[in-house]
Design a protein around this ligand. Structure first.
Ligand code: NAG
Length: 197
């Protein structure tokens, strides 16, 4: 996922570029969002993990199996998705320039040019079913072929990353009148940035 951000904000590789990886700090991988509004669901509430295997090496997350959604929305709701990187400094989580947002996740989840697709949804094998309900209908099962997520930020120029970082991934739903639904989904992945040698 980290790779995603960089490509959007910095562009093509240069000779001065540096690659970083995130060494995960939490054995459970996912942590609840610290700034979440009341009513926000954690990923382990929004998705049933019973048949989903998520394992980690220091810098890679291995995912396989079936995730069943518990999020219960209306068919015409819109889901906005966001990914943001924060740096822990002087006791606070400070925002960075590394963010990625889409206002209509369901419209682009199978767009092959989208990073959501390249890093996640391309590995969902029951695409036809999922395309119909997206992640709006509780009880939808997302069947994954085994895949890996390496948490890297590549080709960083003009900035040095060090210390503790977190990525905040959130999904927010809006009804047909664009009013936010009370329950959104949010989770964090935290770790230490380290230069890839
Ligand atoms: C996932 O669902 C498919 C289809 O129902 C099934 O064949 C497969 O065994 C399931 N995998 C797991 C890990 O439960």
């Amino acid at each position: 996922m980290w790779r995603i951000l960089f490509l959007i904000h910095v562009g093509l590789a240069g000779i001065w570029a540096t690659d970083y990886e995130l060494l995960l700090e939490d054995p459970d991988i996912f942590a609840p969002c610290t700034e979440a509004r009341p009513g926000t669901m954690f990923i382990r509430e929004a998705i049933n993990f019973d048949k989903l295997t998520v394992e980690q090496d220091p810098d890679t997350i291995h995912i396989s199996g079936n995730a069943t959604t518990n999020w219960d929305l209306q068919p015409n709701d819109r889901i906005a998705a966001k990914f943001a990187l924060f740096h822990y400094q002087r006791g606070n989580w400070e925002p960075t320039v590394f963010t990625m947002a889409t206002q209509d996740f369901c419209a682009i989840m199978y767009d092959k040019d989208q990073y959501w697709f390249k890093y996640w949804t391309t590995f969902i094998t029951n695409r036809q079913e999922v395309q119909q309900d997206c992640i709006k209908k509780a009880g939808t099962t997302l069947i994954h072929e085994p895949f890996h997520l390496r948490l890297m930020l590549t080709n960083i120029r003009g900035a040095t990353l060090h210390g503790r970082y977190k990525t905040v991934i959130s999904f927010e739903a809006f009804d047909e009148k664009n009013v936010p639904r009370p329950n959104s989904v949010c989770f964090e992945i935290r770790g230490e940035a380290e230069k890839v040698k």
